[in-house]
Design a binder for this molecule. Sequence first.
Ligand code: 5AD
Ligand code: SF4
Length: 493
Amino acid sequence: MSRPAPPESGRRGLYVRTWGCQMNVYDSERMAESLIPHGYAPVDSPEAAALVLLNTCHIREKAAEKVYSEIGRLAKLRRQRQAAGEDMMIAVVGCVAQAEGQEMLARAPAVDIVLGPQTYHRLPEMVARARRDRDARPAGAAAGAGLIDTDFPAEDKFDALPAARQASGVTAFLTIQEGCDKFCTFCVVPYTRGAEASRPAAAVLAEARDLVAAGVREITLLGQNVNAYHGAAADGGGVWSLARLVRGLARIEGLDRIRYTTSHPRDMSDELILCHKEETKLMPYLHLPVQSGSDTILKAMNRRHSRDDYLRVIERLRQARPDMALTSDFIVGFPGESEDDFAATLDLVERVGFAGAFSFKYSPRPGTPAAIARGQVAEPVKDERLARLQALLHRQEQDFNAATVGRTVAVLFDRVGRHAGQLVGRSPWLQPVHVTAPHNRLGGTASVVITDRTSHGLIGRLRRAVAVPASPAVSPSSSPVPSPTPAQEAALE
Ligand code: 5AD
Ligand code: SF4
């Protein structure tokens, strides 16, 4: 077995594993940044780590169970390393930590620190305390009680985190809003992430400027209910909406693309829809979870929108921005879901035509109303419905990608490909595009002719790299990707 790469000399290794949503990815980056001034440096295996950080997801049962299997593996590794005279601490953070709290320490005594999503700015202090406790124990003594902090503190964690961001890529996430007050009956988020709160617009703008100065060209604004954003205004009193914030961000020179996720249909305001028409930096792509196409189920889910409300939002978006790509989340087998309810979901999918989607079997979550509702659906029925829904969604994704073949699209190159001389980027509609291109194009946006597609992405070539101009792109009349708007064409030149 090859030895794991050690951390930079004199520094303690930090290994981070992240499950779940993009906000967890953002949180993990911020936690790692906060530990750097305390002598930690990232390593890529737990074998080389003095501290292992597990950032967890509680959204479905499977996600939560994976954490305990990983802790089991790490506990074994820890014993082996202790026998070899090395030690390693384990910190569990995120939504499972928040939901389980003290129970986690009882079930997994190898864990040193349990920290919720609202207290992770206290991580460096907790790690220092855990190290002091450990160093004070006589050699060979059993581990002491782990440390736990799952408060919803009054102070703002963002104020307590290091001010400067340490971006290393072309694209970055930026959390602008957190928590949820909507209480869908299946969802743990309002309990694990707490009440809805928005960061002040000035703080968001400052973080975005930092990211751009570090080379970031595309920012995805994050929030559990991102389009409910209402942060303190950056220009005096009052509050800014998401639309106002996007317009502010669009003025940052060097920032080329803006995205936001995840949105709720109820908060898709006219102002935000207009923004999609007018702000060329705002990408024509929206993830808008609908969960079900049946009004009965939407009501039981406490979604507070009907299927017609959803279809109307889509129509308005497409009027504003005809090339808008839409993705969504679906739950099948919610308590009480009949075959007719499920058929209504399939019908909604047919009507919208999605560019992609996530779909899940309903998973009862402790403490949520739906977990104890009557009419729980049998597992084989859920399996069968999920398979039918996924087959339809997969077909739509393939059609969407197929409609891009032959077109010229703007691609922002954000990473080096696996094959020599290849760069990978994203189309405005978030499709990955593989292109043979010189390394110095990384971080830039290029006009790319899409020549082919793979199972999950596209292949293209630089438009200007060919001696003979490409023939005009012809798209099928039924294309789910309508012709680019004039603003898009301008952006391609
Ligand atoms: N069971 C299955 N899927 C769920 N989601 C949230 N809670 C549950 C649950 N209890 C899905 C929703 C949500 C996405 C992030 O996860 O579709 O939009
Ligand atoms: Fe969960 Fe509903 Fe809030 Fe989304 S809107 S985070 S699904 S409670």
